[in-house]
Design a protein. Structure first.
Length: 166
């Protein structure tokens, strides 16, 4: 029995190793892109919610009626600002698929003197109105077309600010 010549042949070794490692490397690369896109999308939702709470808090006290009523035009403006970055809603959504219904704007009114409701800018009101802006946005996956289901993932954020008037 003679020696088998292919046992010492190393040609094609690199191709075989690449064929074995390429799927793992592609999954790692796609996972990195998806994770980065998730964090970037979440950052945009958090930033939008914070901007919306600050925007609402700078409006006049007459736009808020305690215990829980906010002027409807102001609510729409806040939702537009949170989602698009403009109060008139003329921009595009910061996160694809984000609609105004994903944003909630609520008002709470504290009448606790320990919070300063009996002095300062809240003395005439007797309450300290706070605006809370929340959002729950469905996450639009980068690689959803490859079969990765992200329908259960939502980007959630909320922020609140004390109304300070004009």
């Amino acid at each position: 029995m003679g020696r088998l010549p292919f046992l010492g042949d190393a040609r094609g070794t690199a191709a075989a190793e690449m064929a074995l490692l390429l799927p793992l490397l592609l999954m790692l690369l796609m996972g990195t892109f998806e994770g980065g896109y998730f964090l970037w999308s979440e950052h945009k939702v958090v930033k939008g919610v914070r901007d919306g709470a600050r925007y609402a808090a700078r409006h006049d006290f007459t736009d808020f009626t305690c215990p829980s009523t906010i002027d409807s035009t102001l609510q729409d403006d806040v939702k537009n600002l949170v989602r698009t970055g403009t109060a008139d809603g003329s921009g595009s959504a910061a996160v694809p698929g984000w609609v105004n219904d994903d944003v909630t704007v609520t008002l709470t009114c504290d009448d606790d003197p320990d919070l300063g409701t009996d002095s300062g800018i809240y003395a005439a009101l007797g309450t300290a109105p706070r605006v809370k802006v929340s959002a729950s946005v469905p996450y639009p996956s980068l690689f959803g077309t490859f079969g990765f289901s992200t329908t259960s993932l939502h980007l959630n954020a909320s922020a609140q600010a004390a109304v300070m008037g004009l």
